[in-house]
Design a protein around this ligand. Sequence first.
Ligand code: SF4
Length: 456
Amino acid sequence: MFRISVPTEKDKYDLAELARMFVPASQLDMISRESMDVSELMGSAGEYFKIPSAGLKNDHKRLLYEYLSEATGKTLDWGILTGVRPSKLYRYICDQRGKEDADRELREGYYVSEEKLGLVSRIYDVQSTVRRDSDPNAIGVYVGIPFCPTRCVYCAFTSNKISRPAAEKYMGALLKEIAFTADLMKEKNWRAESIYIGGGTPTSLDDDHFEALLSAVREKLYSAGTKEFTVEAGRPDTITENKLALIKQYGGDRISINPQSMKQETLDAIGRSHTPDQILEAFRMAKEKGFERINADLITGLPGEGPLDFVNSLETIIAQDPANITVHTLAVKRASRLIEEDPDYAYRQGETVREMLRAASEMLPAAGYEPYYMYRQKHMAGNFENVGWCRPGTANIYNIRIMEEDQTILALGAGGISKIYYPSEDRLERIPNVSNYEIYIERIDEMLERKRKGTA
Ligand code: SF4
């Protein structure tokens, strides 16, 4: 048992996240001196490693890191960095003081490994071209469809099993929000640089709803300055010739087909009701329809998979030649079924994921891909990262903007969180929509009013 005493309840929360990367939650006892008299513990509960009250949060993290690293013999690739946007931190330091300082600070102040430093530095270079080409009136637009055919075992998103009556009501509210947003953008002189229809699984809508959605987005939100229009066609079992034809007809130029794994047993275990052959068929159809920008998502650390399974999946996907491949690390979030069944899952998967990611970072550059954006999530297996890889010149603008937080993004639909960017202060204001789709439908006027007030 590892016993750690920290000054306050808040420190306990912040530092436990770091400590859990070294030891499973079941072997960790953290107490805050704010809520407990530690003198009572001495002698009875063993010795506590004490984080002093003086010092800043990062000083505390370094102390804890050094203690646990020595006690367990482990090091962490991201060091004491627990935040979700290491590339944003790196860019921030680069923009202020240059790359050399950024490298030094991440290496010496945050204990980031050379491997991850190389990754974040390469991403910075690839992003620089996109970020340089920035128009102050350009924004991103996200439209969320909170329905899927079935629910994946690891899902913690706003997703509900699709039914026609539910989708019908949802579309009513969403079309209202699309029209409202179009007026707002006109008023503000904003134009959509990128549009992203995500979810959930937008292609799980019936054809008439799907067409109504695409047609409204095209007519009201798309403009001459729109550089990319992505539609997530995530689940291969929802992709049809007709859906692909509709995406093309309304100007969608990027789709995402998300295999996650090419192993049937894994697909069954994670609750996806499709086969690997359906994935290949979706790629074939999309290519036949002329889609040049296809993204494919894979996940490392899925239940029951070893490094070889992941390598096999990645090889098969590279052979389909998508423009973008996103390699996710499984995040076992609180809301998912998996964490209820196995609370230490993310901790135990660390080494397996490390091997999988290492394989990806060798295979993808060898196949001509470069890393263009990254982010991390809480409860990720081994505390690693998600990385988007692209063929040169095909980086997805929306993904870069949302992760780097350097542009206003208007988000429509249940669970959408708009982020208004104030460049002079490098600050974001969030305007959330409710995530429950039934409440969203009921309170749509209130959501619109929030948007109006938040952008005033
Ligand atoms: S496809 Fe995505 S949003 Fe839908 S259930 Fe699976 S993880 Fe959740």
